[in-house]
Design a protein around this ligand. Structure first.
Ligand code: AMP
Ligand code: MG
Length: 529
């Protein structure tokens, strides 16, 4: 099969480097994707192609379609399947690897950064463990939507360059569904699980760690202990990522160590979902029975995952000279690493509190106000995104009320008022303890001050951190169901809305509205892209 795969020399085709394959022998097998019988493009990402230095005209060419479906390999590329291990739901699996993916190679983007281009769903590999190596159209489009939405929200993530149908039927629990391939772009596919695999083999962990440092954290190379510096950098990147996730209500759903990147990008959109009714215990994944990966557990789980990463670096660090010139030894290294790992919680809390202050329009973090608001949301089961967005509009309305010479009514009794600046928020929060809400609003508006210019600026700043449009589960589901049945219009429409999550546009109300609570309460997501 592999010999029959043609290559392309089409003008404009990207030249892919094989840096990973050159440097990290032992951590992959050369592997070609399987050709697709009848490829058809569903969506091509011209903006991303341009950013990658790929000719957008080539993107729409038959050659590109052949590449994105796994049927053709660009000239000179050495595609591979990467090896990795991983802790899945806490249990160690020594051999996972790309069971349905192929790394085509790397490009240097316009910003000078090396980016991986990989196919997902392109056929079985030596790591498939009985799986078919394929992907269904629905999950491919889910990863496309969610990844692009995260990018538009400013959150580090892998991205989607193309989604194509293969013309094949794949069989899933739900029955026969159309097969598809996602072309995924990542700043790398290095995972904690890659290190867990490497440390159990001869002579690769040092090359892998040096590769990760050079590719992602080159400044770590100059540290007295580059491996400790690598750990510190990954801890920082992941603390930022988790704070970002929590800020928008994102639940990854399957935070296994093989789905935890070294770069700090979100990867592997499987059973993920955005929460609507705010509750830290929220779980959507059908396989997460114990709630290990519940919304509120994500920071603690990341710290656990980073501990598994640290373990893979102990041996390297221990060989380095300590203050007395002798090798540091494992005991001293473990002590240093525990300190770095313990720093995760504090750093995460700092970033989370800063983010919540921004979301509430406050100059400085105020735990009483933020906890108070989150408690209001939780006790009322209120929509997380909608509530923060409704809150964002209030300061400008207060300024308008103020300049009209009226009493600012937000802190007054809730009856006898026509234009309460907090009306929209009250609607989203739904019925509940009115006194508690009024008391919170009084404290919050007091913290905002009453200078009209500053109030207007606060609304602008809050609307720049509190999105109006997120990939709501019922809309994602609706788009994927339609696409699976042959109608990609809802998918395209949703993707276009999510490209700008911050600016309210007319006619898009349904994209900003939570599903009825009964729908969300029963919502379940499934793995198996
Ligand atoms: P994921 O759930 O995407 O994080 O994947 C976990 C592991 O299962 C990885 O090693 C995947 O390559 C493998 N895997 C998932 N789905 C399939 C499939 N349909 N065929 C082969 N391997 C798969
Ligand atoms: Mg995975």
């Amino acid at each position: 099969m592999t010999e029959t795969v043609p290559s392309t020399t089409a003008v404009g085709a990207p030249t892919l480097d094989d840096g990973y394959a050159r440097d990290l022998d032992g951590l992959y097998v050369p592997w070609r994707p399987s050709p697709a019988p009848a490829p058809a493009a569903v969506r091509l990402n011209t903006e991303l192609a341009d950013d990658l230095g790929i000719d957008p005209r080539w993107l729409g060419s038959p050659e590109a379609l052949a590449v994105f479906s796994g049927s053709v390999i660009p000239d000179g590329t050495r595609p591979i399947a990467q090896a990795y291990a991983g802790h899945q739901f806490g249990g160690f699996v020594p051999m996972l690897g790309d069971g349905r993916a192929a790394l085509l190679g790397e490009v240097i983007d316009r910003g000078g950064r090396r980016r991986d281009i990989a196919l997902k769903g392109s056929g079985a590999t030596p790591f498939s463990r009985g799986g078919d190596g394929k992907a269904a159209l629905g999950p491919v489009l889910r990863e496309y939507l969610l990844g692009e939405a995260m990018h538009a929200l400013g959150i580090p993530t892998t991205r989607a360059l193309a989604a194509v149908r293969t013309g094949e039927t794949v069989f899933r629990d739900a029955g026969p569904v159309p097969g598809a391939v996602l072309t995924r772009v990542a700043s790398s596919h290095l995972r904690v699980g890659t290190f867990e695999f490497a440390v159990r083999r001869e002579g690769v962990i040092d090359r892998l760690a040096d590769y990760a440092i050079a590719r992602h954290y080159p400044e770590a190379a100059d540290a007295a202990d580059p491996y400790l510096a690598l750990l510190r950098a990954v801890v920082e990147a992941q603390a930022r990522l988790i704070a970002d996730w929590m800020g928008v209500g994102f639940i990854h759903g399957v935070m296994n160590t093989d789905n935890t990147t070294i770069s700090g990008e979100t990867i592997d959109y499987g059973p993920c979902a955005f929460l609507e009714a705010y509750d830290p215990r929220t779980v959507f994944s059908s396989i997460d029975h114990g709630g290990r990966y519940a919304f509120g557990n994500q920071p603690a789980i990341m710290q656990w995952n980073l501990s598994r990463f640290a373990e893979t670096l102990v041996g390297l660090s221990a060989q380095l000279p300590g203050p007395n010139g002798e090798p540091k030894g494992p005991d001293a290294v473990i002590e240093e690493m525990i300190e770095v790992l313990n720093g995760f919680a504090g750093r995460y809390a700092e970033l989370r509190n800063r983010n919540l202050a921004d979301k509430l329009g406050l100059d400085d973090p105020d735990p009483t106000l933020t906890e108070g608001f989150l408690t209001l949301l939780e006790t009322r089961g209120a929509d997380h995104t909608g509530a923060f967005r409704a809150l964002s509009a209030i300061p400008a309305r207060l300024a308008a009320v103020d300049s009209a010479g009226a009493e600012a009514p937000v802190t007054g009794p809730t009856t006898d008022r026509v234009d309460d600046p907090a009306d929209a928020l009250r609607t989203i929060l739904g019925p509940g303890d009115t006194a508690a809400l009024d008391a919170w609003l009084a404290d919050w508006t007091a913290a905002l001050g009453d200078a009209p210019d500053r109030l207007r600026a606060r609304t602008a700043a809050m609307q720049a951190v509190n999105p109006i449009y997120i990939p709501r589960n019922h809309l994602v589901e609706e788009a994927l169901t339609a696409a699976t049945a042959g109608d990609t219009q809802p998918f395209t429409a949703l993707l276009d809305v999510l490209a700008d999550p911050w600016t309210e546009r007319p006619g898009l109300d349904r994209y900003a509205t939570a599903a009825p609570v009964e729908v969300t309460a029963c919502y379940r997501t499934f793995c198996g892209t």
